[in-house]
Design a protein around this ligand. Structure first.
Ligand code: HEC
Ligand SMILES: [Cu+2]
Length: 411
């Protein structure tokens, strides 16, 4: 049943996306109307609905999504080893339901007509019980249920036990994006994997419950805060052709720098097609935007992708790096637009006086930001809870420099 529901939600994903945004539009509308600003509410609502329509159009148009035509009425094409088992069970359930439904309906209609009340007909005596018939109608459904259970159980066990030596990718879900971290430290918002190799995803959430779903691979797993969940898959078919892969990185350092700075590779990676990947647990306002793709590489392509990304991330200018860190780690509690979240906003604070709960104060400079990161409980800003976690040992020197540059840049 869960599988059935999941597939239905997969099929109506675009409708849901629209419903989400329409709902948000309505909520915004209500709030504004309550404030006595009817016209603005209508305008807001209309804007939200227009956004929703654009989002749906976007999803349909996304040229990077690979949606081949080998799917059936019920399911998209199978793109992972083991997807066949899931489909077999799904079809067995569907056909079983159809056969039972049609059979029972025909019998009901037939008996209703045959034994209908009419003049001259008395009620027929009915048998008290019949051991043979009762045994048959108990044993056969029981066997069918056991068979379905065994099929489902085996699939579940298979899904929760990744093969040893699988490639491991760390996944972080947050409102409203996915982040994938590869063994060499490369971070990306699109999942890249090699073809023909088992991939194990170790997943966690930074806020609410999300759910990882790749319909073509038939894998789905909740991503939960304060706990790791895992899922694995093995995709045999690359989603791109060999000439859509980037070339080998040159070995000479100087050439390498130029090669990495070259926008062509960046563009090439950004346009590599992949299979649909999205969050399938309603997780707040922009849930429908929590979608990306899985690019499956040809032999060697994954390693070149990793090498390129690593060089690129090494050479990232401080401002971009700071922005990157902010989006990954600070965004949940700090805004850059002046409004307070859990902690104070980063907008326009550099160089201003900060007052702490113990009454002391200091002008925010580079050292103060560094201190806030490694020892946040040392100076707690007045009006805020002492709830900032320490990032000591979790951020590199380069990343701290980046954060400082970024905060300074926010006027
Ligand atoms: C779980 C919430 C949380 C996260 C995540 C978090 N902070 Fe904070 N941060 C706070 C709170 C609460 C305060 C205010 C209390 C205090 O000073 O400890 C604060 C204060 C600060 C201050 C001092 C601000 C001021 O106005 O004086 C800086 C700088 C800062 N955080 C930087 C960061 C950076 C950079 C990150 C990401 C790497 C980060 N924080 C992640 C909650 C958080
Ligand atoms: Cu989500």
């Amino acid at each position: 049943m869960t599988r059935l529901t999941s597939q239905m939600s997969w099929m109506s994903g675009e409708v849901l996306a629209q419903a989400d945004t329409a709902g948000a539009g309505q909520a915004a509308g209500n709030a504004a109307a309550a404030a006595g600003d009817g016209a603005a509410a209508v305008a807001d609502g209309a804007a939200a609905v227009a956004n929703g329509a654009a989002a749906v159009a976007d999803m349909a148009r996304d040229p990077n999504l690979l949606i081949p035509n080998d799917g059936s009425f019920w399911l998209p094409g199978e793109a992972s080893v083991g997807a066949g088992n899931v489909d077999w069970l799904f079809h067995a359930l569907v056909w079983l339901s159809i056969v039972c439904f049609v059979g029972i309906t025909i019998a009901v209609v037939y008996f209703t007509v045959k034994y209908r009340a009419r003049p001259g007909h008395k009620p027929q005596p009915s048998a008290h019980h019949n051991d043979v018939v009762e045994t048959i109608w108990t044993v056969i459904p029981a066997l069918i249920c056991v068979a379905l259970f065994v099929g489902g159980w085996r699939g579940y066990v298979d899904l929760s036990t990744p093969p040893k030596h699988a490639l491991e990718v760390q996944v972080t879900a947050r409102k409203w994006s996915w982040e994938f971290v590869h063994p060499n430290g490369v971070k990306d918002s699109v999942l890249h994997v090699p073809a023909g190799r088992s991939v194990r995803l170790v997943m966690k959430s930074e806020d609410v419950i999300h759910s990882f779903f790749v319909p073509d691979f038939r894998i789905k797993k909740d991503v939960v805060p304060r706990r790791y969940t895992q899922v694995w898959f093995k995709a045999e078919q690359p989603t791109i052709t060999p000439d859509q892969e980037i070339g080998d990185l040159p070995t000479d350092e100087q050439v390498k720098v130029a090669f990495v700075g070259d926008k062509a590779n960046k563009t090439k990676i950004a346009s590599q097609q992949g299979r649909r990947l999205f969050c399938t647990e309603y997780c707040g306002r922009d849930h429908s935007m929590m979608k990306t793709r899985v690019v499956v590489h040809n032999p060697g392509g994954y390693d070149r992708y990793l090498a390129f990304k690593q060089e690129e991330q090494d050479q990232m200018p401080p401002l971009e790096r700071g922005q990157d860190v902010y989006a990954r780690l600070c965004f949940a509690c700090h805004t850059v637009d002046g409004s307070a979240r859990v902690g104070p906003s980063f907008a326009g604070v550099f160089g201003t006086e900060r007052t702490f709960v113990d009454g002391t104060s200091v002008i925010m400079d580079e050292n103060y930001i560094r201190e806030s990161l490694v020892n946040p409980q040392g100076q707690v800003v007045q009006g805020y809870p002492p709830s900032m976690p320490s990032f000591q040992g979790q951020l590199s020197e380069k990343e701290i420099d980046g954060v400082i540059t970024y905060i300074k840049s926010l006027k």
